[in-house]
Design a protein around this ligand. Structure first.
Ligand SMILES: [Zn+2]
Length: 162
């Protein structure tokens, strides 16, 4: 199986390493959007975030937050974007979880952009209903859910769709 990021971990593909611990590695993107553009990834081969444990995901994003703050200081940026893409339609180019950490500068002309689509409250309602259904996976909980209006109280466990 060929995987660019597994090859980077094994040293088969050269990279400019910035950070490494037992589980994760961060390298400079060789085609950066801006100076300091990092790619953070788990060292074990995982295709989607949903293939990682909650604990792993926690460590991954905690590390992303730290590295982002450090790189912002290092290149004297004004902010940053974290970009994760799941699935080819979303722009995932390699079968390995990667997170882009892109420092941002005033007027840097990096484009992360979409044209807003129109929605109505019925769409929101319908989609929320489906999300909650998948969260809990059980029809008998429907009653409780109607009383439970606040999303953040629902146990977040999203199944894999792709
Ligand atoms: Zn891999």
């Amino acid at each position: 199986m060929e995987c660019l990021f597994c090859d980077i971990v094994k040293g088969k593909t050269p990279s400019f390493k910035v950070y490494e611990d037992r589980e994760f590695m961060a390298v400079f993107d060789i085609r950066p959007a801006n100076p300091g553009h990092l790619i953070l990834f788990p060292k074990r081969h995982v295709v989607f975030l949903s293939d990682m444990s909650d604990e792993e995901i926690g460590k991954f994003f905690s590390l992303a937050s730290k590295l982002a703050s450090l790189v912002v200081k290092a290149v004297e940026a004004k902010g940053y974007n974290l970009i994760y893409s799941a699935g080819a339609q979303a722009g995932q180019l390699t079968p390995h979880v990667i997170l882009h950490i892109i420092p941002r500068f005033e007027g840097d002309e990096v484009k992360i952009f979409w044209e807003p689509k129109s929605v109505n409250e019925k769409d929101f309602e319908r989609i929320r209903e489906r999300i909650l259904k998948f969260f809990e996976g059980k029809e008998e909980k429907k009653k409780e859910r109607k009383e439970e209006k606040k999303l953040y109280k629902v146990e977040p466990r999203i199944p894999r769709y792709w």
